[in-house]
Design a binder for this molecule. Structure first.
Ligand code: AHR
Length: 502
């Protein structure tokens, strides 16, 4: 008997799911860049780890944010261009306690290496400029180095460094967590800084570049900070609107759940914390709506994912990669689909080895984590039109929770493409199977029209991925029954399914 029902309202369109919602983030932190993407000790012409690059290429990342994180507001981009053996060695202010390989910044991996990586894996670059300890001139110069096609010293320096054509970087973040490691600013102070930076960087857009820039301001999970920032930033005394295309928030979850020791009650709490992404998006969108009467400002979640107690500065923010993490990623990607009318990009933290990474490496191998499999399974949603779903499913109350929160045991989202409807369904219950009925409004379904796949059916929620077992986490075919208007699927505990209806 089914105990959960999902109605897919195929005519109730939300908005197009921006492919950039499946974006990623890589910082000079621990073994993300050095050891993960770039051979830490490479004196070679190119030090890319080809195993990592190949996994990233297969995943078809739409956008990659770099170089931080907290690192961004202590980074001076000119340190990282030109001949590698002449680049200065610097401290890594925020992440110096990390693994042996990376206590300091060699600057071997800089703008040209990052942008070469983006070109190789076919991804858009999102560069985060230094607002905390930098100045608008440095930020505007970086844009010029990357994007200007004229005959200036900086454009010519890019050519000398091997890139004749402008890179055409669209996404420029002005600062990172400027309420914290990016300068501990008040919202009003950051708004004034943002206006200065956006004036110089933004003016390049209209006057000097063939390429449109999209400028990204740093926001906060809390509504009050965003409202005060937006009030101040939009209160400029002159009439011309200045560029502010997106406002960001960061949402990490799982800090109270040590992976190695957690029990099922903590799994429930972890997933509820992940689902709070919905409330954070709602609040930042409300802050934008309150001030943005004349222009569209998108919401970017440019850092998100699990952050368990295992991930400390000393471990280089490394933590085990489990099914549970993958499950949380699926739940959050469903939230993004449901908010496709406001969410313009997201960047899971981080791409390789750090936090909820997609790819893990040791000296010899690189392998995909469960979260990688989830991104792969959800890929058909990219660029589709998200449609409303109604989920009716049992819930479980969290144990000892002051806020009396409940975990919905089944979740879903759906989108419509040119030839098919794509429905993703999670069984967020780590204890029990759930039989789920999926009804598509207006559909007349036959067996041959439906294909289904499932992740993690054979694995326990706390199973940790290693080089040796990584292939066991790939998707399996799922057998479903189809009856006219609905599809019924039996989902084992902590699984993610995807159903394609042609
Ligand atoms: O992703 C790790 C850190 O988390 C980033 O450097 C910072 O922006 C956030 O606090």
């Amino acid at each position: 008997m089914t105990d959960a029902r999902i109605a897919v309202h195929t005519e109730a369109s939300i908005d197009r799911i921006a492919p950039e919602v499946h974006g990623h983030f890589a910082e000079h932190l621990g073994r993300c860049i050095y050891g993960g993407i770039w051979h830490a000790d490479s004196a070679a012409e190119s030090g890319f780890r080809e195993d990592t690059v190949s996994l990233l290429e297969d995943l078809d990342l739409p956008v990659l944010r770099w170089p931080g994180g907290c690192f961004a507001d202590d980074y001076h981009w000119e340190d990282g261009v030109g001949p590698r053996d002449e680049r200065p060695r610097r401290r890594n202010l925020f992440w110096a306690q990390g693994p042996e390989e990376t206590p300091e910044e060699s600057n071997a991996f800089g703008s040209d290496e990052f942008l070469e990586l983006c070109e190789r894996i076919g991804t858009e670059a999102y560069l985060a400029a230094n607002v905390g300890s930098g100045d608008p001139q440095e930020a505007a110069n970086w844009v010029e180095y990357c994007n200007y096609d004229g005959d200036t010293e900086l454009a010519n320096r890019r050519r000398e460094n091997g890139h004749e054509e402008p890179y055409g970087v669209t996404y420029w973040g002005l600062g990172n967590e400027n309420w914290g490691c990016g300068g501990r600013m008040s919202p009003e102070q950051y708004a004034r800084e943002y206006r200065r930076f956006a004036t110089y960087v933004g003016t390049m857009d209209g006057l000097l570049l063939d390429h449109d820039l999209e400028l990204i301001a740093c926001g906060y999970e809390g509504h009050e900070w965003n409202r005060r920032f937006l009030d101040e930033v939009s209160g400029a005394p002159w009439g011309e609107p200045f560029p502010l295309d997106h406002l960001t928030l960061h949402h990490y979850y799982g800090r109270s759940m040590t992976v190695a020791e957690a029990d099922e009650d903590q799994y429930d709490q972890f997933l509820v914390e992940a689902l709070e992404m919905d409330r954070h998006i709602e609040r930042i969108a409300a802050a934008i709506d309150a001030v943005a009467t004349t222009r569209d400002i998108g919401v970017i979640v440019d850092e998100w994912g699990s952050w368990h107690p295992e991930a400390t500065p000393e471990t280089g923010l490394e933590q085990p990669g489990t099914v549970l993490d993958g499950l949380s990623a699926a739940a959050v990607l469903d939230v993004f689909n449901d908010n496709s009318d406001v969410v313009t990009m997201t960047n899971i933290a981080q791409t390789v080895n750090v936090l909820q990474c997609l790819v893990e490496t040791d000296e010899d191998d690189a392998w995909a984590r469960p979260t990688y499999r989830v991104f792969d399974l959800y890929a058909p949603h990219k660029g589709n039109e998200a449609v409303r779903t109604s989920v009716s499913a049992p819930t479980r109350e969290l144990v000892d929770d002051d806020e009396n929160r409940e975990l919905p045991l089944v979740g879903a989202s759906a989108s419509v493409g040119d030839d098919e409807t794509y429905v993703t369904v999670t069984n967020l219950d780590c204890r029990e199977d759930h039989a789920v009925e999926i009804a598509l409004e207006g559909a007349d379904l036959r067996e041959g029209d439906v294909r289904a796949e499932i992740l993690f059916a054979e694995q326990e929620p706390d199973l940790e991925v290693t080089a040796a077992n990584a292939e066991a986490f790939t998707a399996d075919d799922l057998s479903v029954s189809v009856d006219g208007k609905s599809i019924v699927a039996e989902l084992p505990p902590s699984t993610v399914a995807a159903i394609t209806v042609e």
